[in-house]
Design a protein around this ligand. Structure first.
Ligand SMILES: NC(=O)c1ccc[n+]([C@@H]2O[C@H](COP(=O)([O-])OP(=O)(O)OC[C@H]3O[C@@H](n4cnc5c(N)ncnc54)[C@H](OP(=O)(O)O)[C@@H]3O)[C@@H](O)[C@H]2O)c1
Length: 290
């Protein structure tokens, strides 16, 4: 394929990336572009995104089955469960449509431990994919480092604190760039029927995180260790919806109970280099908290 700028891109089976305006999908798109690969993105509002000319931007809304036509002709699909959507209503039909329209491989963004926590929507999607007849790859990712530059950014930036109810529990933070690199590897190699457990290289508690941020930002960042009740109350005062505050509470309670600290070797084994450390993440995204 030749782009408008005359650049020739390597030929790979047609790839569609969903969630390309989000953390992981956005990074997958960046890395596919860097690899010079031709691909499509499916976004809800094509008029509001800007991708380079070589990216084929299509309208796709999981809640609107008329947009599923974009799946025709696609061989490899990156799929996620968008937070706040309903698995049965919004993701199951996408999986069924993908299988019916001849998609051959789905790389699905899941969560670490999904195979054990059967109540999470991610496990339901995994089961649907396992039974779909399509090849599947599950990216069972630990807690994203990018939550600290996303949902918790202003706590650090404006209040010099890390404010979440994880007690002394450790978390094996993973950088979204590593999750995306594994997704890109799977999409380009056509990997079949593998579940990867994706964590960072170390399990850290939030005092460790506060120390790393203090050194990187050159000012004191404190981990304030709020109780569950205080976390929900203050989050509400700061404009977070009750459902999202409770969702975060559940997530950080798992960390507090020691369930979020497992470190795996899947990233270094697959990519042939160490997983990104939190210190490097903090340095790379330093401007986010200034
Ligand atoms: N945060 C963590 O620590 C963590 C760890 C492991 C796994 N996960 C899982 O990762 C997933 C979220 O991934 P992310 O952080 O990359 O996403 P994100 O940044 O939250 O972005 C969500 C994406 O989904 C798209 N989207 C929303 N509703 C849609 C719809 N109806 N149809 C099509 N696209 C829709 C959004 O596009 P628009 O531009 O159209 O809004 C956006 O691109 C969740 O399933 C979460 O459980 C998160």
């Amino acid at each position: 394929m030749t782009t408008q700028t005359g650049q020739t891109l390597p030929t790979v089976p047609p790839i569609l990336v969903l969630g390309a305006t989000g953390n992981v999908g956005g990074e997958i798109a960046r890395q596919l572009l860097q690899a010079g690969v031709s691909f499509q993105v499916g976004v809800r509002q094509p008029g509001r995104v800007s991708f380079p000319d070589s990216v084929d931007v299509q309208r796709f809304d999981a809640a609107d089955s008329s947009s599923y036509t974009v799946l025709s002709g696609i061989e490899r699909l990156f799929l996620l469960w968008p937070p706040g959507t309903d698995m049965q209503r919004d993701v199951q039909p996408v999986i069924e449509a993908a299988a019916a329209r001849g998609v051959q491989q789905v790389v699905f963004l899941s969560i670490l431990g999904a195979e054990k926590i059967r109540v999470v929507p991610h496990r339901r999607a995994e089961q649907l994919l396992e039974a779909s007849g399509m090849d599947w790859v599950f990216l069972r990712a630990s807690y994203f480092m990018q939550n600290l530059s996303g949902v918790h950014r202003d706590d650090v930036r404006l209040r010099n604190e890390i404010f979440l109810p994880a007690g002394n529990g450790k978390t094996s933070f993973v950088d979204v760039r590593d999750v995306a690199a594994v997704a890109v590897h799977a999409l380009l190699h056509g990997t079949r029927n593998v579940a990867y457990d994706l964590t960072g290289p170390q399990a850290l508690d939030y005092d460790d995180v506060a120390s790393i941020f203090s050194v990187t930002l050159g000012r004191r960042i404190r981990y304030t260790r709020p109780s569950a009740l205080t976390f929900v109350r203050v989050s509400r005062q700061r404009g977070t919806s009750l459902s999202f505050a409770l969702f975060m509470l559940a997530e950080y309670t798992a960390a507090r109970l020691g369930l979020a600290g497992r470190v795996t070797q899947d990233i270094p084994e697959l990519l042939g280099r160490p997983a990104i450390r939190l210190r490097r993440f903090a340095e790379d995204f330093r401007d986010a908290w200034l």
